[in-house]
Ligand binder design. Structure first.
Ligand SMILES: Nc1ncnc2c1ncn2[C@@H]1O[C@H](COP(=O)(O)O)[C@@H](O)[C@H]1OP(=O)(O)O
Length: 387
């Protein structure tokens, strides 16, 4: 049953996104089982399958039905005339989320403050190659342009553990509430394990990883999966010196990581921005850590940073009132140790209030992009993201 509207919006969206992403995960498994993947090459090294398409239809239709006035952006551009099977609508809610107290800075979130970023199948390339634990479903929730909550469903979690194991798991997090659904582990002491892309690597990606002096490198698929490697202590940092990922790849993982005291930023250490009018590409690359974030940003070579500038600040961010500091999340409250590096991060996150939140939905003047994904934006103006 859908949650009561007395409950703050962000809590209701997270509560709904858990069964929705779980359902999408089932769709992904069913399609692979049938073996009819329907692979389309969207661009070089960028695949789409029937699982991406069907999972997105399920997620977007289900969330839109429950939150008709919230903007939703999905990775896949789908044919709107295609019939949607109403059996794939999921409108239940997760009670566990509703028992948690909504943090104060999110209690008054209105429909127009919120954008939902959907990657129905992160790790498509790995899905087609049978590297199934790299696959995740990502539903990220942004408030006033910043990632604040996320759901990561891993449909093939436990798939190697035998027929008696429960397949799939759901990880979720809300900044100020915490992150749930996984077992947090320490990254090994005395090492510096770095994870990066396996399918979208190049010389710059490798050079940037090497500059951070890894003791070992894990080349893995999916942004969601790589953030899980960090929060479960299998790696110390996720570094991707490329503009290949988009907002739907990072919004949910960023929020889950941030909710437990970690950080996901671009390679400069600057915040990712997720309002409706941002360019879709994460043009400044990705750096995700639980500890020592600034140590890594300092190690990234300057010439790499020059080729990967931070996202342009969208118009609405330029009209900000004074920055608002939100509760700092302490990673030290959980058993995570630092890599063998000298400095500790002490930067506190800054959050921003817009004078006029509607400005978030103003069209972006800078550029066009053939890979916009799909949009359900009740507040109209078509976002015009940059490539
Ligand atoms: N060059 C690229 N072209 C298309 N998608 C990319 C590219 N680089 C990264 N991505 C997307 O970012 C995610 C993380 O990248 P990687 O797995 O290479 O580390 C991928 O799962 C993929 O999303 P998706 O699988 O949803 O298409």
């Amino acid at each position: 049953m859908a949650a009561s509207t007395n409950i703050p919006l962000i809590m209701r969206i997270v509560s709904a996104s858990i069964p929705v992403s779980t359902r999408a995960g089932r769709i992904i498994r069913d399609i692979l089982k049938k073996g009819e993947l329907g692979i389309v090459e969207k661009a070089k090294n960028d695949l789409q399958t029937e699982a991406d398409r069907s999972a997105q239809r399920c997620i977007v239709a289900s969330l839109h039905k429950q939150f008709p006035n919230v903007a939703i952006f999905g990775e896949e551009q789908l044919d709107p005339s295609e019939k949607f099977d109403p059996n794939f609508l999921e409108t239940s809610s997760c009670d566990e989320v509703l028992t948690k107290k909504c943090p104060e800075f999110l209690t008054d979130a209105k429909d127009e403050d919120v954008v939902i970023w959907v990657d129905p199948l992160d790790g498509t390339s790995e899905y087609t190659q049978g590297l199934l634990d790299h696959v995740t479903v990502l539903v990220g929730i942004a408030f006033k342009g910043r990632a604040v909550a996320g759901v990561i469903y891993q449909p093939y979690y436990n798939y190697k553990a035998g027929p008696d194991s429960v397949l799939g798991r759901c990880i979720w997090g809300i900044i100020g509430v915490g992150s749930y659904g996984f077992s947090r582990q320490k990254a090994p002491k005395g090492q510096n394990i770095i994870t990066t892309s396996r399918a979208h690597s190049d010389r710059i990606v490798t050079e940037s990883v090497e500059a951070c002096k890894p003791t070992s490198i894990i080349r893995a698929g999916g942004a969601g999966h790589k953030v899980l490697l960090i929060i479960e202590g299998k790696a110390h940092a996720y570094i991707f010196a490329s503009r290949g990922t988009k907002k739907w790849d990072t919004c949910a993982p960023e929020a889950v990581l941030h909710a437990l005291g970690g950080k996901l930023t671009d390679l400069h250490g600057n915040a990712m921005l997720y309002s409706a009018d941002v360019q879709r590409k994460n043009s400044g690359g990705i750096l995700a850590t639980v500890d020592n974030h600034s140590w890594y940003t300092e190690k990234i070579p300057e010439h790499v940073k020059e080729t990967l500038p931070s996202d342009p600040v969208p118009d609405f961010m330029k009209k900000l009132e004074k920055p608002l500091v939100i509760p700092e999340i302490k990673s030290s409250s959980s058993p995570v140790n630092s890599p063998p590096l000298e400095s500790q991060d002490s930067q506190s996150e800054q959050w921003f209030m817009t004078k006029d939140v509607k400005a978030m939905f103003a069209p972006n003047s800078n550029s066009s992009n053939s890979d916009n994904g799909s949009e359900i934006s009740p507040k109209k103006p078509k976002p015009n993201p940059e490539s």
